[in-house]
Design a protein around this ligand. Structure first.
Ligand SMILES: Nc1nc2c(c(=O)[nH]1)N[C@H]1C(S)=C(S)[C@@H](COP(=O)(O)O)O[C@H]1N2
Ligand SMILES: [Mo]
Length: 200
């Protein structure tokens, strides 16, 4: 049993987390830069890129797509894992089903208020556990955790779970997002320890 404590959290590893990860029951805030201020009345979510027709949602029409609730693991590349999180939100698949992609579309860039972005393959995004969450453990997301809407991709490191999401850009070719441009791995699978570009 390994235990690490600092002013933010105390964590221990009982061996069931992916390699190099340590389990915590806390949910630390991890943000590069500041929490953007978002006005719900002007909130927009757009779907663009290699699709036949762009779509745009306001907050009410987005929520109207229908929420589900599920539990999943969360693994941050800075080595903490929280194994038990309940998320409510709109499945990625629901949004995917609203658009007609070009035949060669294989990736998407997720865009965010504040300028953050992250790239994912459609294979990963179309998994049943991927959703745009509005709630964590039964409570509305706090601003620091990504309110009003964040992506959750349980099978990838946390940097792929983009907070303050405001768009999906479908792509035929992969391209790096914010952290991927700065040396993080294009795929980021915690079970393969794909932390950095050099971890093939
Ligand atoms: N827009 C945005 N999303 C982001 C980040 C960020 O800096 N900006 N940080 C990522 C990282 S590295 C992690 S581990 C998770 C952390 O989510 P949390 O702050 O809710 O714990 O958010 C991810 N999503
Ligand atoms: Mo992270």
């Amino acid at each position: 049993m390994v235990r690490i404590s600092n002013k933010n959290f105390s964590i221990e590893n009982d061996g069931t987390a992916p390699p190099g990860q340590i389990i915590t029951e806390k949910f630390p805030v991890l943000t590069f830069g500041n929490t953007p201020s978002i006005d719900l009345d002007n909130w927009k979510f757009s779907i663009t890129g290699s699709i036949s027709k762009n779509l745009e949602f306001d907050y009410q029409s987005f929520l109207g797509l229908g929420e589900i609730t599920l539990s999943s693991e969360f693994h941050c590349v800075t080595q903490w894992s929280n194994l038990d999180n309940q998320w409510s939100g709109i499945p990625f698949k629901t949004l995917f089903n609203q658009v007609q992609i070009s035949r060669d579309t294989k990736f998407a860039m997720i865009h965010c208020y504040g300028g953050y972005s992250t790239n994912l393959s459609l294979d990963v995004l179309l998994d049943d556990d991927v959703l745009f969450a509005t709630k964590h453990n039964g409570e509305t997301l706090s601003a620091d955790h990504g309110a009003p809407l964040r992506l959750i991709v349980p099978k990838r490191y946390g940097w792929k779970s983009a907070k303050w999401a405001n768009g999906i850009e479908f792509m035929e070719k992969d391209a790096p997002g914010f952290w991927e441009m700065r040396g993080y791995h294009m795929e980021g699978d915690p079970h393969k320890e794909q932390r950095f570009d050099s971890d093939k």
